[in-house]
Design a protein around this ligand. Structure first.
Ligand code: AMP
Length: 278
């Protein structure tokens, strides 16, 4: 592993190397979910860039941005033994030399629901930073987690719109033993909140179970009801949508694929998760 603060230095290092380039964008506080993307990238590419940057333009609340965990020492320790990994650790000036603002994109209805609806400008911020990384490094493949499924679909749309040659590789969600999706935000939960956080996965599994016998709106209503009056837990949304266009649906069509998506505040921590509904 080699770490760089400047993309010019990192690209100079890459000039001496042959073979394909994989990119894994992260905001750090690495866990097994991130490592699964990195391991997948290492298997397929001669060189892998892992970027660690908490991107200010994708946070709609300053407090959330400032509270976002930062564990650089532990991150670098976890990456230490990966030979072909180049870690990119920019500061804000390097990536936003002209000021901290997001570009505006048109993702149609993809960003008008869920995270796009609750977090104004979130996906403009995500697409801005990902586009910057694609322009700087020109990766052959880039790795994104299904944990952030809406983000994954939006990045695919970005690549289509801009015509990048990069191939987007989607990677399955890695979970704790009790089903909670791994997330850097989990470490912000208190012990009590951590126990309550298993409600997310339990709800997704319940939706999967109900899929044979109930309509999408019945499932959404039944799960939403279960979240009324749980102290310290506030469901933001629970939705069943088609998995390629994130469209709502009244009835299940056998030719479509669906996913259940949810966001939930546990105390002050906002968690999201989703699951494929076969
Ligand atoms: P983040 O650091 O949260 O921005 O995540 C960086 C990348 O890791 C994104 O593509 C996420 O979707 C992915 N990721 C985060 N958590 C998980 C997880 N539990 N399983 C799989 N991928 C994940």
């Amino acid at each position: 592993m080699k770490a760089f603060n400047s993309y010019k230095q990192l690209n100079a290092e890459l000039k001496n190397r042959k073979g394909s380039l994989g990119l894994v964008p992260t905001m750090g506080s690495l866990h097994q979910g991130h490592l699964s993307l990195i391991e997948k990238a290492i298997k397929k590419n001669s060189n892998v860039i892992v970027s660690i940057f908490v991107n200010p333009t994708q946070f709609n609340k300053q407090k959330d941005f400032h509270n976002y965990p930062n564990n650089l020492k532990s991150d670098l320790n976890q990456l230490m033994d990966f030979n072909n990994v180049l870690v990119y650790l920019p500061d804000t000036n390097e990536l936003y030399p002209k000021g901290i603002f997001a570009n505006e994109y048109n993702f149609g209805k993809l960003d008008k629901t869920m995270e796009g609806k609750s977090r104004t400008n979130h996906f403009n911020g995500v697409a801005t930073i990902v586009e910057k990384l694609f322009n700087i490094f020109k990766p052959d493949l880039a790795y994104f987690g299904e944990k952030d499924f809406q983000q994954l679909i939006i990045i695919k749309s970005l690549v289509n719109q801009i015509g990048y040659k990069v191939k987007i590789i989607s990677c399955p969600t890695i979970r704790e033993n009790d089903g909670l999706a791994m997330s850097s935000r989990n470490q912000l939960l208190t012990k009590e909140e951590r126990k309550k956080a298993i409600l997310l996965y339990a709800s997704l599994i319940e939706a999967k179970r109900l899929m044979n016998s109930s309509s999408p709106s019945e499932i959404e209503n039944s799960i939403t009801k279960k979240f009324t009056n749980i102290e310290g837990v506030e469901l933001q949304y629970f939705k069943i949508l088609t998995d390629h266009s994130l469209s709502e649906t009244k009835e299940i069509n056998d030719k479509e694929k669906y996913r259940a998506f949810m966001a939930c505040d546990i105390g002050k921590v906002r968690l999201i998760d989703n699951i494929a509904l076969e």
